[in-house]
Design a protein around this ligand. Structure first.
Ligand code: ADQ
Length: 492
């Protein structure tokens, strides 16, 4: 029992790179680890998570604090855990259910049972590590049961839970056969956080529908939250839930809105560095210096609406509203969850549309769409953001979407334009984007044409306003606002 502050997430923020017999660990520089490093370092901190491989890894094999900047504690998953807990319950049940059933969730008892077991394992690892009265911050949908498990093992802990993906409307969530267990597990936390007010309210409404004692702090009348009456601000608590623990004691759980963000200064500095600026120039030249460069950057996931945006481009080319000789689009899609059928299907569909557009509108040596199914180094991603005249974020549903914020951070000079789906958490903050409904092809086409034809001053002002928003609400502010709420809790 040594750590005063523990982050627990499905993945550790390091990648294991094996070349021959040599194993090396590389820190994976995500926003989350950047934001949490100062807290982890200033309080005896640790990060508990899966090291990303199915071989058994010992603590002694993990990179030292000096190398990784953070103390890493591995929770091992075997091939069966990976299939049933990670690919199964996390990504074939909860992921589609929480993203409004874009594909059908697989309700499978074997998935659920393994999810429960693996969550118990994560909770045990944390319970063994946490010092008396420590703060534990549990991340995301893979670990819904960890707060509840921890609460029963270690009532002295102060526990936070943050969901990185949307929380669906009660009518959808209630389909889940294990809905009560998931809710009860989550309510083991003292503070439960969502990106948006809709997520927080959906969670509270679901609890109320299932008979929990819920009160909404910004209520106009008892138990009614008037949506839009007063938009909750980042860091606001939207409601509380009174819960009774196994030992008969009652507690209050606070439910709040904490929109995540990026390390805006770091992304901006990267984009402005001479190396990345040179790469940006080179990229535009390689692409033939088109009049209009469009870009899409995503994980290959059916929630991201990649096929929808490609079809919009195709419509605009077919109708002659955009001319093939003027336009180039770059679509970069990182491989993701490749063993799942729905992911294979979306990849095939994306590739079919790309080749149809190039077949109909490209010419030899001059494709309209440049597509790669690969993860790129962050410097290349920032060069692409900087080069692109318009970034297309057309997610059908997305908790936040950090890509939109990264793009804005690369355009602090007011260049560029962002076409952004209304169904992203980012749209609640980046209200100056050219917003679209990706389910409606005409709406997306209109947003693209608006961005192209807008008065340059108005377009510039939109981007400058969004940069102000992203700069002021960076990932540090997100972490601080959540931890501030958690620090107010006293379980002693
Ligand atoms: P994701 O669904 O993974 O995250 P997003 O927020 O857009 O989506 O983050 C993707 C990250 O991956 C970005 O930092 C981006 O730069 C990087 N990336 C994307 N494509 C890449 C490529 N081809 N090569 C290299 N890097 C690439 C989940 C939720 C989101 C929520 C985040 C954080 O689904 O809604 O915003 O968590 O809470």
């Amino acid at each position: 029992m040594t750590s005063d502050f523990i982050v627990v997430a499905n993945r550790l923020p390091v990648d294991r790179v094996q070349s021959g017999d040599q194993v090396e660990w590389k820190p994976s520089p995500g926003g989350l680890v950047t934001a949490l490093k100062p807290v982890l370092q200033s309080r005896e901190g640790a990060w508990v998570g899966w090291p990303g491989c199915i071989d058994e890894v010992n603590v002694s094999e993990m990179p030292s604090v000096k190398e990784a900047g953070v103390r890493m504690l591995p929770v091992n998953l075997d091939a069966g855990d990976h299939e049933l807990f990670y690919e199964g319950f996390s990504n074939a049940t909860l992921w589609p259910l929480y993203h409004d059933l874009i594909v059908s969730p697989n309700f499978n008892k074997a998935f659920w049972e393994r999810y429960r077991e693996v969550n118990q394992r994560f909770a045990e690892a944390v319970a063994d590590e946490a010092a008396e009265g420590a703060t534990v911050w549990v991340q995301d949908y893979q670990l819904h049961l960890v707060p509840g498990e921890l609460r029963s093992k270690r009532p002295d802990l102060c526990i936070g839970f943050f969901l990185h993906i949307p929380f669906p409307a009660p009518e959808l969530f209630r389909q889940l056969p294990w809905r009560r267990e998931i809710l009860r597990g989550t309510l083991g936390a003292d503070v439960v956080g969502f990106h948006t007010a809709d997520g927080a309210i959906n969670f509270l409404d679901t609890l109320q529908a299932l008979g929990e004692d819920v009160s909404y702090l910004h209520a106009e009348g008892e138990h009614t939250f008037v949506r839009g009456a007063r938009l909750p601000q980042p860091g606001d608590i939207v409601g509380t839930v009174r819960v009774e623990d196994h030992d008969g004691t009652t507690r209050e759980v606070k439910v709040g809105v904490f929109p995540i963000s990026i390390d805006a200064a770091h992304v901006n500095t990267t984009a402005m560095s001479p190396e990345v600026m040179a790469r940006t120039e080179k990229l535009r030249t390689q692409l033939g210096n088109p009049k209009l460069l469009l870009a899409g950057v995503d994980r290959m996931d059916y929630t991201k609406g990649i096929t929808h945006r490609l079809e919009t481009l195709e419509d605009l080319l077919d109708s002659g509203e955009l001319q093939a000789q003027d336009v180039v689009m770059v679509q970069v899609a990182t491989p993701s969850r490749e063993r799942l059928e729905d992911y294979q299907r979306v990849r095939e569909e994306v590739e079919r549309i790309v080749s149809r557009i190039n077949g109909n509108h490209g010419s030899l040596g001059r494709p309209v769409v440049h597509y790669t199914h690969a993860g790129l180094p962050f410097e290349d991603i920032t060069a692409l953001y900087s080069a692109a005249d318009i970034l297309l974020v057309t997610a059908l549903k997305d908790g936040m979407n950090l890509v939109a914020k990264e793009y804005v951070a690369c355009h602090s000079d007011g260049s560029g334009a962002l076409v952004l789906s209304e169904f992203t958490g980012a749209a609640t903050q980046l209200t100056q984007a050219y917003l679209c409904n990706p389910h409606d092809p005409e709406s997306t086409a209109a947003a693209v044409l608006h961005a192209v034809n807008d008065d340059p001053n108005s377009r510039r002002q939109r981007m400058l306003n969004m940069w102000e928003q992203v700069r002021a609400h960076d990932v540090n502010r997100w972490a601080e606002s959540f931890l501030r709420q958690l620090q107010k809790v006293d379980n002693s």
